[in-house]
Design a protein around this ligand. Structure first.
Ligand SMILES: Cc1cc2nc3c(=O)[nH]c(=O)nc-3n(C[C@H](O)[C@H](O)[C@H](O)COP(=O)(O)O)c2cc1C
Length: 186
């Protein structure tokens, strides 16, 4: 059987990006621990048609295919930078293009970065309800990291790394069901 597909979606367009680094860190842990195949994308990967598209069909071909890759992942790791206490508008715009039923029942690890710790609950008050709309299964532990958790765009702090491991550990309980679904879909 092919390995399960984990897609990391960073809602950042910065390069380099702490958010993308956080998503990569979490995805890397999951890949190593469970033998998943992972791929990471950020907002820049969607290209210029993203800002103009009101519907998925108005995205250019490569952006549309990329959105399908995200939606068809067996597991998602979503990360967002905190902008004014929430996710960036362009990230929400991308999410707005997803069919309301496309993420139903999908396991999603939530993560976010911010300049400081004041907006750490952004993962609970902004990201979790957003994926609740889609009836996705967001894992209980969301990961928030601030500037001081990073060095040279790597997640280095002990609490940050432990939190990431905790979130990835919560996937274990769901893997049999995810594998079962993936086999049924083949
Ligand atoms: C427009 C803008 C608004 C921001 N608002 C907040 C905020 O409300 N709270 C916070 O903690 N950090 C805020 N920040 C800091 C970023 O969330 C932080 O630097 C983040 O790690 C950047 O991620 P990136 O490296 O992926 O761009 C803001 C940054 C920008 C550019």
């Amino acid at each position: 059987m092919a390995p399960l597909k984990l897609v990391g979606l960073s809602g950042s367009y910065s390069r380099p990006s702490k958010t993308t680094a956080l998503v990569q860190h979490i995805a890397g842990l999951a890949e190593a621990r469970y033998g998943l195949a992972s791929a990471i994308y950020d907002l820049g990967d969607f290209g210029p048609s993203l800002g103009q598209a009101q519907y998925e069909t108005q995205l250019d071909e490569s952006a549309r295919q990329l959105l399908q890759t995200v939606v068809n992942a067996d597991i998602l790791v979503v990360g967002s930078p905190t902008y004014k206490g929430s996710y960036p508008g362009l990230f929400k715009h991308l999410i707005d293009l997803i069919d309301p039923l496309a993420l139903k029942g999908k396991q999603v690890i939530l993560s976010a970065t911010g300049g400081g710790d004041r907006h750490a609950l952004m993962v609970e008050h902004q990201l979790r309800p957003l994926f609740g709309f889609f009836m996705a299964h967001t894992l209980p532990s969301a990961v928030y990291a601030s500037d001081r958790d990073f060095l040279d765009y790597q997640l280095v702090s002990e609490p940050g790394r432990l939190r990431a491991e905790q979130a990835v550990g919560e996937l274990a309980a769901f893997l049999p069901a995810i594998r079962h679904q993936a086999v049924a879909a083949e």
